[in-house]
Design a protein around this ligand. Structure first.
Ligand code: SAH
Length: 490
């Protein structure tokens, strides 16, 4: 089903010759820009574009689904592939649905809303399989009981809407009263489109964003202008503890000064009584990163609390915390199941964040060592262990690839290592250390199937066998694919 762009297109088998005036890069292409073509869609790329074939040539078409036939206008032609825009749906996929969100096209945040939910889950599973096979060179079991890695059905949500506990909205200058807009970047641009309602966002977050926006306008807070670097308010981040109902509001500003900050805090407190924490973060750099280095509390607590499976967590502004709490419980339970603990094991949780997986593991392990690069997250992790009366954990701040080799020199060794790296996957030095430490089991939690597959290949070559993979749908309607993987030492 997959056919990523990076794969490199295949040559076209006997297509029409074409010698257009276009750049020589398109000399082999059978089509010219602006040409109308009929295209059969045979797959979806990792970012949700339809992969079409016409005249043996690959065309990527936004919004088209596998199994469909469309009429499209060629927009851009390269040597081995091109891009086209859908003009007419000639034959629709039985899995096509009307997107629930009226602005889904403009926003681009939910790339799969036009595909029904069961088909999204099946696509995610297939995406994992394709990456394991293509990048990881792994043998995937074709049916239960046959040889190879078992890839389970993706664990989905019963109600796949309003699942996000965190909203991070860019603020900018717009043609509204007060001049302040906040919402999302229009697909493929940095133009901010004002938005008040996001269907994958917890309703409470939408309500808070709307109120903060209105208060900002009324108080005349100057929105940040990316072009000139002027203005004050750059981002508003809202996080809700879905179980506790506690809310944190983070105002990211272009410098330390936030004029009217006292009045702003007062108004937010008056209007939103569930808010427990109002924090300012200073980001005066010209960058795409949301947060700057400096954070201070304007009012209330420096953390909010939430609960997962009976464990309480303190979460500070800059700490990583999974955005879909219902599915997070599913994911962590799977990680604990794969860890196969009996109560005596030593476990390392690499990339541990605020110690979420660590504390799930600690309930069934001898001792858990967690490591994480963000110092505030490690402070939260230690706090969280104490908060829950959990005494068999130790946490250390630093790069996992540096700290774990040092632990090894100090004589710490693990029966199980759990890793949950960011999108770029594990550092090679960490994989080397895992191979040297030789834990009996490795549990790999991944948010990126391609770096997962690359890392699994390294572990397989070093003496591990990938046994089972379970995708867990943390991000319904988007192309993001999360999975939990179980490996054993052979
Ligand atoms: N397991 C946690 C966090 C996963 S997100 C949870 O489920 O909540 C990945 C985490 O890795 C982030 O907290 C990030 O700050 C951290 N990180 C990124 N690079 C790292 C590195 N080199 N060493 C240790 N932690 C790192």
């Amino acid at each position: 089903m997959q056919n990523g762009k990076n794969k490199g297109g295949r040559g076209r088998p006997g297509g029409r010759a074409h010698s257009g005036a276009a750049a020589s890069a398109s000399a082999d292409a059978p089509f010219q820009k602006n040409e109308q073509v009929t295209v059969d869609i045979i797959g979806l790329t990792h970012d949700g574009e339809g992969v079409g074939r016409a005249d043996g040539f690959t065309l990527f078409i936004q919004g088209a689904l596998p199994g469909e036939r469309v009429r499209a206008k060629v927009m851009k032609v390269k040597k081995q592939y091109g891009y086209a825009r859908m003009e007419e749906l000639l034959e629709a996929s039985p899995n096509r649905v009307q997107p629930a969100c009226p602005i889904h096209k403009e926003c681009g945040g939910c790339q799969l809303q036009h595909l029904d939910y069961p088909a999204q889950l099946e696509w995610k599973r297939q995406h994992v399989i394709d990456n394991l096979a293509r990048i990881g060179k792994l043998n995937v079991a074709q049916e239960p009981g046959s040889d190879g890695v078992v890839v389970r059905r993706a664990i989905g949500m019963d109600e796949p809407w309003r699942y996000r506990n965190k909203a991070a909205v860019p603020v900018g200058v717009g043609a509204v009263e007060g001049g302040l807009v906040a919402g999302f970047y229009a697909r493929g641009s940095h133009r901010i489109v004002d938005m008040d309602d996001c269907l994958i966002q917890h309703e409470q977050n939408d309500r808070v964003i709307r109120a903060v926006k209105r208060i900002g306008r009324e108080l005349g807070v100057a929105p940040y202008d990316e072009e000139t670097g002027h203005g004050v308010l750059r981002h508003v981040i809202v996080r809700t503890g879905v179980v506790t109902g506690e809310i944190m509001v983070v105002l990211v500003t272009n410098g330390r000064k936030l004029p009217q900050s006292d009045r702003m805090v007062q108004r937010i407190r008056e209007e939103l009584t569930d808010v427990k924490s109002i924090v300012q973060n200073v980001n005066d750099r010209s960058t795409n990163a949301i947060f700057g280095d400096e954070t201070h509390v304007l009012w209330g607590s420096d953390v909010i609390y939430d609960e997962l499976d009976g464990i309480r967590f303190a979460i500070s502004a800059r700490s990583f915390y999974q955005v879909n709490p219902a599915q997070t419980v599913e994911l962590y339970r799977k990680a604990v199941e794969y860890a196969g603990l009996t109560g005596s094991e030593t476990v390392i949780d690499a990339y541990c964040g605020i110690g979420t997986i660590s504390l799930f593991l600690a309930r069934q392990a001898g001792r858990v060592y967690g490591v994480e690069i963000v110092p505030e997250a490690i402070e939260d992790a230690a706090k969280n262990a104490a908060l829950n009366g959990i005494t068999n954990t130790s946490f250390e701040a630093g790069p996992a690839e540096v700290v774990i080799p040092r632990w090894r020199e100090e004589g710490i060794t693990a029966d199980v290592i759990v890793v949950d790296p960011p999108r770029k996957g594990c550092d090679p030095a960490l994989l080397e250390t895992i191979l040297a430490m030789q834990p009996e089991r490795v549990v790999y939690v991944s948010c990126n199937p391609s770096t997962l597959a690359r890392d699994l290949r390294v572990l397989e070559d070093g003496g591990y066998r990938t046994v089972e993979v379970t995708p867990v749908d943390m991000f319904p309607h988007t192309v993001h694919v999360e999975c939990c993987v179980f490996l054993v030492r052979v």
